[in-house]
Design a protein around this ligand. Structure first.
Ligand SMILES: [Fe+2]
Length: 369
């Protein structure tokens, strides 16, 4: 099959892709590099992509999808709308219904997203999900009019969670829909727009989430996977600044002063990210990170570092297992981007290993790049 003069491995009649394989650490690195480059930076689109990834992984795990598909699903859900870069803002942000010509232009984004991603080897499978995320169970979707199981199960998952998130989130041009009303729309689309079984599973998950959110006194929109982040700094003003700066990403944040407190937290439960200053109240940040490696080998480790100390501290990188240095004084936006990026990486690693995203069990090959 030729598309835009480039041979494609995609066959719309196949409903699957030859690259449904485990991604090697090198392939994950390459795919993640592209995600970093093309994931939209504006908070509305990025927030939508991250929520779609969170919902899609949760639904895939509940539907017991094979582990080898989960990393592809992460990439496909994060990048499902990457083709919208070629659609004008006038159409993207237009309130109300689109004209048929505007619909046609808008409809090109799934093919465009497929074109952008399909030539990157590790994203080949994900590119199929991107192409198919507006197909419908009844065959009335686009671009290929596939139906039922001709549509890859990961694409069917992305369709469901994409529509739910789009309805329940604010956009500059319209208000969000209440969750119950959105669930009603999902229910009415089961068997026509959406895979009926997956829709039932997702609706059951949403009902459980509502009950748990009410019981726990937390927001319904708290992600399924809420990573735990421990930050440590010796001085109070730095701890206060960290607490303020890190209030953006949806994490369970704990800010402490000593390395011992960090180690206690890491020992008592799963921790996805540890961020320390150069000096803590009882040990150096590097010593603390080194100690945490044994207890939480897969946690992402970040070190806050004044520019004039960077050279000295970089020598600890391997010993302390540091993913990235954060220059002090930090910029809130950049710090949050870095935390978000590291947490996406953490999600990818846990998807590859097939755990639930909350365990630190050893045995996987993937380490932060
Ligand atoms: Fe889309």
């Amino acid at each position: 099959m030729e598309v835009d003069g480039v041979r494609s491995f995609y066959d719309p009649n196949e409903g699957s892709c030859k690259a449904d394989h485990d991604l090697s650490p090198e392939e994950l690195d390459a795919a993640f590099a592209l995600v970093r480059a093309i994931l939209p930076r504006d908070s509305v689109t990025q927030g939508h992509s991250l929520r779609v990834m969170d919902y899609a992984l949760a639904l895939a795990r509940r539907a017991k999808l094979p582990r080898k598909l989960l990393a592809h699903l992460v990439f496909g859900s994060l990048l499902h709308d990457c083709g919208k870069g070629g659609v004008s803002d006038y159409i993207l942000q237009k309130p109300g219904t689109l004209s048929s010509d505007q619909m046609r232009l808008m409809g090109l984004h799934s093919e465009r997203g497929h074109t952008i991603t399909r030539c990157v080897g590790p994203l080949e499978t994900a590119s199929l999900f991107i192409r198919q995320h507006h197909e419908r169970w009844d065959g009335q979707g686009y671009p290929d009019g596939l139906s039922e199981e001709e549509i890859h199960i990961c694409s069917r998952i992305i369709t469901i969670v994409d529509v739910f998130d789009a309805m329940t989130s604010h956009r500059p041009y319209r208000k969000s829909m209440p969750v119950q009303a959105a669930m009603g729309v999902m229910r009415s689309g089961r068997g026509s727009r959406f895979d009926p079984e997956l829709t039932d599973t997702f609706l059951a998950m949403l009902r459980e989430k509502m009950v748990n959110a009410r019981k726990g006194g937390v927001s319904f929109f708290r992600p399924w996977f809420t990573p735990t982040l421990i930050a440590a700094e010796a001085t109070l003003p730095f701890r206060q600044a960290l607490r303020h700066s890190l209030s953006g990403p949806a994490t369970q944040l704990t800010v402490v002063a000593s390395g011992e407190e960090v180690v206690d937290h890491v020992a008592s439960g799963p921790v996805e990210m540890i961020m320390v200053g150069e000096t803590l109240s009882d040990m150096t940040g590097a010593e603390c990170l080194h100690m945490s490696r044994e207890l939480a080998p897969r946690a992402v480790r970040l070190m806050l570092c004044p520019f004039n100390r960077l050279e000295a501290l970089v020598s600890h990188r391997e010993w302390a297992g540091i993913y990235r240095y954060v220059l002090v004084p930090w910029n809130d936006r950049q710090l949050n981007e870095l935390v978000t990026e590291a947490l996406v990486w953490r999600q990818i690693c846990s998807a590859v290993r097939g755990d639930d995203g909350r365990t630190n069990a050893s045995g996987g090959k993937v380490t932060p790049p």
